[in-house]
Each structure stands twice: as structure tokens, then as C-alpha cells.
Ligand binder design. Structure first.
Ligand code: FE
Length: 242
């Protein structure tokens, strides 16, 4: 907490004023806006102007036969579920396997991530924060939905929701409990507020039971949620052991 909470509480107070801070992240609205704009439409019932504009454009393009709706869904699904988190998982697995790489990752994330061929739009200024037994990091964007696309793909709906954005800074432990993660009181929780300039990636703790696994095997254990900091990676039990 302390300095890492920076001015989050001030920001959150504004956001929370508008958001009834009750927890179903999936039901919240899905709007986007640029930083600095007024923020008085958190709980609107109808889709935002931007969502309507996007829908209209999509309908037109489909109608004119310029794009295929199924192809669009596939593209989004690819970014959301396949390419994105897999890239981040590779970064994490490399850091677990190679201490020198991990050091580079924690000191100059952009460069270290580029070593694996990732970077670009929405991932220009990356900072990697390391989870340890004493410190748990989680990432939010209190203003909208800034997220490191090149390593995590597109943000999930709950990440963009008003309750997650406001409550993560007010009651991070409570939010984590709703994700099924209960941290003991002696673990320090650090909340990082993404911006258009800086995007964060959590380096989760390497689970026990993974000694001797290859980088490729490790990669399969790393989840998106663990890299946003709302989950831990469970210890791995040896196959055949109950
Ligand atoms: Fe944002």
C-alpha cells in the first residue's frame, strides 16, 4: 500500500461515488473513454455512444460484405484467449527458468519482452511487478481499461467493469476474495493503476512442484488472471499422487 496506492484513493472516491460498489463485475457496463474525460456514465443502462457506433459500423461492414461476423468473433477470441495470454505466459515461464532474464524483465520490461518478440500497440511502456510470499500485486485501470495487449490480449469484461475499477483500490482484499483468493493479513497488497502511458504485468510466484519442468511446460501453468494479479497459480501435484 503506501506510495504504490498513490492517488488511487482520490480517483476511486470519484469513481465509487458514481458506482454502486456492489460486486458483480460481469454485469457492469463496457464503455471505453479516453483518460481525462468526465466520468459520469458508469451505470448507464443503454449501451454507450461508442458501443453503438461500433455496432453500427460492424453492421454496415457485414451488410456490405466487407467483413464476416464470424471472422470478427474469431479474431477477438484469438486476442482474448489465445495469442495474448500465451505471450505473457511465455514471458513468465522464461523469467522462472532464467534468473538473468528475470532480472532484465524487472529492470527494463519493454526490452526483455521484446527479446521474445512481443511489443507494440498498448504495450509500449511495460512495468513488471513480482509477487513474492510477502507481497501480492494486482493491476487495475481506474479510469477505463488500459491493459497490456501484446502480452495479455484483450481485457476481460470484469477488468473493464466499474465495480472492479473502483473497488480494487478501496478494498483490494475483498475483491481478491471474490475471485477466490484469500490472502493472509501479513501479505502486503500493492495495487497498480494502469494508464495510457504505463501498463503492468504481474510476475506470479512460481508454484511448488514445478522443479525440473521445461519452459514450455511451465508456460501451460500460467493463467491470465495470475498475470493481472487476481489469482495465484496453485501448487502442482505430481501425476499419480492423490
Ligand atoms: Fe485506462
Amino acid at each position: 500500500m503506501k506510495s504504490t496506492r498513490r492517488d488511487f484513493l482520490t480517483t476511486a472516491a470519484t469513481a465509487a461515488g458514481a458506482a454502486a460498489a456492489t460486486g458483480n463485475f460481469a454485469q457492469a457496463d463496457d464503455h471505453e473513454h479516453t483518460h481525462g474525460q468526465a466520468h459520469h456514465h458508469d451505470h448507464q443502462v443503454v449501451p454507450s455512444d461508442m458501443a453503438l457506433r461500433v455496432k453500427s459500423l460492424e453492421s454496415l461492414l457485414v451488410e456490405k460484405g466487407l467483413v464476416d461476423r464470424a471472422a470478427l468473433d474469431t479474431l477477438i477470441d484469438t486476442y482474448e484467449h489465445k495469442i495474448g495470454p500465451r505471450n505473457g505466459a511465455q514471458v513468465v515461464a522464461r523469467a522462472w527458468s532464467d534468473p538473468a532474464y528475470k532480472q532484465r524483465l524487472l529492470t527494463d520490461a519493454d526490452k526483455a519482452i521484446a527479446e521474445l518478440g512481443y511489443g507494440g500497440q498498448q504495450g509500449e511502456h511495460m512495468v513488471v511487478v513480482e509477487n513474492t510470499p510477502a507481497v501480492h500485486n494486482m493491476v487495475v485501470c481506474t479510469l477505463c481499461s488500459c491493459y497490456p495487449w501484446p502480452v495479455l490480449g484483450l481485457p476481460p469484461v470484469w477488468y473493464k467493469s466499474a465495480p472492479y475499477r473502483s473497488r480494487s483500490v478501496i478494498d483490494p482484499r475483498g475483491v481478491l476474495r471474490e475471485f477466490g483468493l484469500t490472502l493472509s493479513e501479513d501479505v502486503e497488497v500493492r495495487v497498480w493503476d494502469s494508464t495510457a502511458e504505463v501498463r503492468y504485468l504481474v510476475l506470479p510466484e512460481r508454484p511448488t512442484g514445478t522443479e525440473g519442468l521445461s519452459e514450455a511446460e511451465l508456460m501451460t501453468l500460467v493463467t491470465r488472471d495470475s498475470m493481472v494479479g487476481v489469482a495465484k497459480i496453485p501448487a502442482r501435484r505430481k501425476e499419480g499422487v492423490a
